[in-house]
Write a protein that binds this ligand. Structure first.
Ligand code: AMP
Ligand code: ZN
Length: 470
């Protein structure tokens, strides 16, 4: 399996540290607001990567943090704490905000068929770990105290910019927003490991530390949470492309300085979802959330399909027109699968199954090319094989794609059937279903006869009860 590694800037054969096992870390959401569908594009594509690794037989352990402290408005250590901003906006405590938006995030993930990682750890649960690692970095002379804060000294590294060169301008993100540059830093790229009360007096969550009462920087949380659950060597680290700098660059700096060896082998970055006006934002323009899609009548899985139609390393433009096109294609897939359900009584043709599956795995082995994997799905529909084989393949690919095509096709088939059949018959069918569930077969047979007397036959198939006119 080939995977593009942002750290080496090329596609590489994926080889985990331990044969058969994959340790995978994902930067989780900052829970101060709902996730927008751009954030969720990253989580959808990472979900596909995780599921494909499992599909080909790896034993995957995936860890995700929840950022509930330390992420400032500017990634360059300036501006307000995002959590505090959220709390002020809604007149709630930071922990209430964190709890509400963490639940909202996983509810959105559920609607998009995104699996919850094996371990989900909020940053506020790991303060002891952060302090331990920061202490060690100071002892190793990689960190220093200035103005009450603890900073990582990037000049101590042979190579700091792992993912590419960064301009001085990028280092001054906060300054451009009209916020004072941090004069405590020895080098422009240095970053905060621990803030003390000298930073914000109204910071709600603060903890004791050897350097005074304060709170952790954003970057240290991911290094520590990863090491806590996945040990000293990580196979894959994921995130959106904007996380490359400074977040992931800083994670590598502090983790490798602390460990004294290479930390993570593969960096998987999902490119952005943009609107036709540019970058997607929670504050500008329409706030695009899963709930908004639902309010407008879209099944969230249509959005998942829209994302899978493009490769994760290409930026993707969202517009309602583009989503409508995806909806049309998705609905067509569902209705074709519904038609297959009606005829699928034959046996799966093993040879046809393997050959069509090979098209799917070839696409996914090629740096998770979901766009070609969707083409492989269309190839199944076009193939010269029976309906049972086609349905088995759609369900097999869905272990990775999670588009819910067969589940939605079953619903559609049931709707189509009940639309044509009188309510009186449907009522008897329902009663018979309940009788069968209660193992009252005498009653079930009696109800079958009553249904026949009304001119309908019923038959149990693998896909459920089939009702036909006599
Ligand atoms: P945040 O909640 O801001 O910490 O972001 C959560 C995840 O969404 C991170 O992995 C970001 O890199 C990613 N992300 C942010 N904006 C976008 C976007 N427009 N498209 C795709 N991913 C994004
Ligand atoms: Zn992170």
């Amino acid at each position: 399996m080939k995977l593009y590694n942002s750290a080496s800037h090329r596609e590489e054969e994926f080889v985990p540290n331990e044969p058969g096992k994959v340790k995978m870390y994902t930067c989780g959401p900052t829970v101060y607001h709902f996730a927008h569908i751009g954030n969720l594009r990253s989580y959808i594509m990472e979900d596909v990567l995780e599921k494909y690794l499992r599909y080909v037989g790896y034993d995957v352990k995936r860890v995700m943090n929840i950022t509930d402290v330390g992420h400032l408005t500017s990634d360059g250590d300036t501006g307000d704490d995002k959590m505090l901003k959220g709390a002020k906006r809604e007149h709630k405590t930071v922990m209430e905000i964190a709890d509400f938006y963490t639940k909202a995030f996983f509810a959105d993930c559920g609607k998009l068929n995104i699996k919850t990682p094996d371990v989900v750890e909020p940053a506020t649960h790991c303060i002891g770990e952060f302090i331990k690692v920061i202490k060690a970095l100071i002892e190793k002379d990689y960190a220093y105290e200035a103005g009450g804060n603890i900073y990582f000294d990037t000049s101590k590294l042979d190579k700091y910019y792992i993912f590419g060169d960064v301009s001085e301008e990028d280092l001054e993100v906060g300054v451009r927003e009209g916020v004072e540059a941090d004069g405590n830093k020895r080098n422009k790229a240095d970053f905060v490991l621990w803030f003390t009360k000298s930073k914000f007096d109204d910071q709600e969550l603060k903890w004791n530390s050897p350097w005074g009462v304060g709170y952790p920087g954003w970057h240290i949380e991911c290094s520590c949470i990863s090491m806590k659950h996945l040990g000293e060597k990580l196979d894959i680290h994921c995130g959106g492309i904007d996380n490359q700098f400074p977040h992931h660059t800083n994670e590598i700096a502090q983790s490798e300085a602390y460990l004294g060896h290479k930390w993570c082998n593969y960096w998987f970055h999902v490119h952005h979802l943009n609107t036709t006006n540019g970058k997607m934002s929670k504050s500008k323009g329409e706030f695009l959330t899963v709930s908004l899609l639902e309010e407008k009548g879209y099944d969230p899985l249509v959005y998942r399909f829209f994302c899978l139609q493009s490769h994760y390393r290409k930026s993707l433009v969202f517009s309602w027109e583009n989503l409508d096109n995806a909806k049309q294609a998705y609905d067509k897939l569902v209705s074709r699968a519904a038609a297959l359900l009606k005829e699928a009584d034959g046996k799966v043709d093993a040879a046809a199954f393997e050959s069509l599956k090979a098209g799917f795995t070839a696409a996914m082995d090629d740096d998770i090319n979901t766009s070609n994997a969707v083409t492989a799905l269309y190839d199944v529909l076009k193939a010269d094989t029976n309906a049972a084989t086609k349905l088995a393949l759609i369900e097999d690919f869905d272990k990775v794609l999670s588009l819910g095509i067969v589940a939605n096709a079953k619903k559609l088939a049931a709707q189509q059937q009940s639309a044509d059949i009188p309510a009186e018959v449907m009522e008897l069918v329902e009663q018979r279903k309940q009788a069968r569930a209660a193992k009252d077969f005498a009653l079930a047979d009696k109800l079958r006869d009553e249904i026949a007397a009304l001119g309908y036959a019923i038959r149990e198939t693998r896909q459920g009860t089939e009702i036909t006119k006599l």
